[in-house]
Design a protein around this ligand. Structure first.
Ligand code: MG
Length: 266
């Protein structure tokens, strides 16, 4: 594994033209990374679609994680009927999906996630959230399950972005909020454009192919954790720089990984 880590870090620096990392933040996706919530999402997607005559397997639902509800519904509608769904159909399916989801037991924190976050914070790296979720209770839930880790101004949610993943926008917004945090007095340039941290100031932890695609497009070193039933290739093909089989595995590897990130130079 150490050999893989060193190779991945070197390849990233070479490709991007950096001589080293200067790590300040770590941007965590939420569903399927910090919470074991994807099985609830895939279950409710599968059953809502079925109720309205569409077939979306639970595994396929994982591959669409991060897409808007309408986007997912239209892909299935195109495949099965050759045309997009109507607004009414989209609303009906999405509403049913939400109802089913809300009846399921609340997702548990992912094993290893809190321990990893504590280690990250203790190493002086600032943990951030970058999620497509727009739940109003997000912050309370994060504070309850991961006390003392996250701050509201260091979170990117559905409310902050226009496009969402797989567009790089949410991770670029994460770099922007990171910059604001470290340089509050100087957060825009002379014409008022917000400044951003450099991609080599951060790393991303993602579980979904579309999330990896977004993170890679933002230029940040992207660590995939395959916490679902999808093949590793679905994440590696999107350009993930490293892959771990679980959050616990990433947590266990963190001390060695951080050491490599902080010492690698070209
Ligand atoms: Mg996710």
């Amino acid at each position: 594994m150490q050999e893989n880590i060193d190779k991945a870090l070197n390849l990233y620096l070479t490709t991007k033209g950096y001589s080293k990392f200067q790590l300040l933040t770590a941007m965590f996706d939420m569903d399927g990374v910090l919470f074991d919530s994807m099985k609830n999402h895939s279950y409710s997607w599968h059953h809502a679609m079925k109720h309205l005559g569409f077939h979306l397997s639970r595994e396929e639902a994982y591959l669409h994680e991060g897409r808007t509800g309408a986007g997912t519904i239209n892909i299935v509608s195109q495949r099965e009927r050759g045309h997009e769904a109507t607004q009414e159909e989209i609303q009906a399916i999405y509403q049913l999906k939400t109802e089913i989801f809300n009846q399921l037991p609340k997702a548990e924190p992912m094993p290893g996630a809190y321990e990893l976050l504590q280690q990250v914070k203790a190493s002086g790296i600032t943990p951030m959230i970058v999620t497509g979720s727009g739940q109003k209770t997000l912050l309370q839930r994060l504070e309850r399950n991961f006390p003392g880790i996250f701050k509201p101004e260091l979170m990117v949610t559905a409310f902050d972005v226009k496009f969402g993943k797989p567009n790089p926008e949410p991770y670029l917004m994460g770099l922007q909020k990171g910059y604001q945090h470290f340089h509050p007095e100087n957060s825009t340039d002379t014409v008022g454009t917000p400044r951003r941290l450099s991609p080599n100031n951060s790393i991303v932890i993602e579980n979904a192919p579309l999330g990896v695609q977004a993170a890679v497009a933002s230029g940040v070193f992207t660590i995939a954790v395959n916490t679902g039933p999808i093949p590793d290739a679905a994440l590696l093909d999107q350009g993930a720089n490293l892959l771990f089989p679980s959050m616990q595995a990433l947590c266990d590897a963190w001390p060695a990984l951080l050491h490599s990130i902080q010492t690698v130079t070209l």
